[in-house]
Design a protein around this ligand. Structure first.
Ligand code: PMV
Length: 320
């Protein structure tokens, strides 16, 4: 009987705890991996074939790539070229992350795809190589991404991220629980990023000061998280939401979710990711996550608990 090897990679989605948008302009941002992600199976193949329940189907034998799969296809081509492989690959993508919702769905797919593709040819990519190859896909999807989502998908854990720098891992002595609430509304990151940047044209000095403030408060937030000082962390989150909301990144639905989370006893709450839809994160008091999440669910809110820290991309093989 012939033994068949199957190659898998699984990469997590993310929440941004502080610093989204400002990170695109040079601020630090604090982000963490979540327990939802993308699972990709890859095998060596004649030509390239991509199969995804949410993104569609592509076969190099049948021509035209659907727009939804173009970023993935380009990342696969870049990976094959990088590892010097002439043969093609077939990848099957399965993700439990909602798309266009600020939870890093496209990055998780990109990272798991490049890692599984390389693995199918017995090639182990370094974390930096995975980031670089997944960024091929992210640039097509988002235009000018900071790279924070891809870095969380690769490294996992809780990270302090700044563009052009290696992310710093924030070590947590004890688990910290957040609640993620989904507004059910999709957003376009590139549109929100350019809307956010508009203020820079009219008020460049105020804008630069806010980027510096974001950097400062993000460092404080990381320190607070590390020391489980939830009161300080919650206060910083609330302040970030207010600033982002004033800059046009929130929506009525997101503000209402924030209000409900705070009403249910959370210490802090803010939008996470690009805003304009997507999700909020809320910080419950220690040990109260379950009670708060249940109370939010009873109000008809799509709420789930994320317990930090969680790992980054995993690559493995299975025999069948
Ligand atoms: O695509 P989202 O919603 O996960 O947002 C990414 C975070 C931004 O700071 C808004 C953009 C970026 O590239 O960092």
């Amino acid at each position: 009987m012939k033994l068949i090897l199957k190659f898998f990679a699984k990469a997590p989605g993310k929440i941004i705890i502080t610093g989204e948008h400002f990170v695109v302009h040079g601020s630090l941002a604090l982000a963490a991996a979540i327990d939802k992600g993308a699972l990709v199976q890859a095998e060596a193949f004649e030509g390239i074939e991509i199969l995804s329940k949410t993104l569609g189907f592509y076969s190099s034998k049948k021509g035209q790539v659907p727009l939804s799969l173009k970023p993935t296809l380009e990342a696969i081509k870049a990976t094959l070229e990088f590892i010097g492989e002439k043969k093609g690959v077939r990848v099957m993508i399965d993700s439990d992350l909602p798309v266009s919702s600020g939870l890093g769905s496209s990055s998780a797919v990109a990272v798991a795809t490049v890692a599984a593709t390389a693995s199918a040819f017995d090639h182990k990519l370094s974390p930096e190589e995975m980031v670089n190859l997944a960024m091929v896909s992210e640039r097509i999807t988002h235009g000018r991404p900071s790279g924070i989502d891809v870095n969380v998908a690769v490294y996992g854990e809780v990270i302090l991220f700044k563009m052009e720098e290696k992310p710093r891992q924030i070590k947590l002595d004890k688990d910290v629980e957040f609640i993620v609430c989904h507004s059910g509304i999709e957003h376009r990151t590139s549109k929100m990023v350019s809307k956010f940047s508009e203020m820079k044209k009219s008020y460049p000095n105020l804008f630069a000061s806010l980027v510096a403030s974001s950097n400062y408060f993000t460092e404080k937030a990381a320190f607070a998280l590390m020391n489980k000082d939830l009161t300080t962390l919650g206060a910083i989150m609330n302040f970030f939401h207010s600033v982002l909301s004033n800059l046009g990144m929130s929506t009525r639905e997101l503000d209402q979710l924030i209000e409900k989370a705070l009403e249910s006893g959370c210490i802090g709450a803010k939008l996470t990711g690009a805003g304009g839809g997507g999700c909020i994160i809320a910080l419950p008091k220690s040990g109260e996550a379950r009670v708060v999440a249940e109370s939010l669910k009873r109000k008809g809110i799509d709420a789930s608990i994320v317990k930090l820290p969680l790992g980054g991309v995993k690559v493995w093989q299975e025999k069948s």
